[in-house]
Design a binder for this molecule. Sequence first.
Ligand code: FES
Length: 165
Amino acid sequence: MSELMIESDVAAVVQAAIERHGKKHDGLIPILSEINHVFGYVSGEAFREVRKQLHDPTEQMYVAESQLYALASFYDMLSTKPRGRHVIKFCENAPCHVVGGKAIWDTLREKLNLNNGETTPDDKWTLVTTSCLGLCSVGPVLLVDDDMYGNVTPEQIPDILEHYK
Ligand code: FES
């Protein structure tokens, strides 16, 4: 998506998200999630727009940009930076770690030449760690976009990556 398109669409996307989830604190995560889903991340422009559009003195509704940024930074599903076309989320918690997670992580980093949070120069891949995905019984676990892979072995990594060519 081009910068121009992003800028012109941000206000409309934010407005639609607020209409769907309401001007209330409970709606902040769903609103940010929707923005993240459309643009791949939540930009500074989006934070400003959410703050502006949520501001409602009659309802005593005010959310600071710093609060929105803190929320987006806390949740793995949200990003404050542009990501690649495919996002690999690797579960880094102990149950996955003890069944071979480290070897998977090392293989991913080596094959993609990325560290945690980085994106390949061609914008194809972003690699991030995440906390437990609730699939500990089939660890090690990783997600590629919305696709879940369980019982992953290092040998499977090239085939998994190949699938997204
Ligand atoms: S610890 Fe990895 S899915 Fe739960």
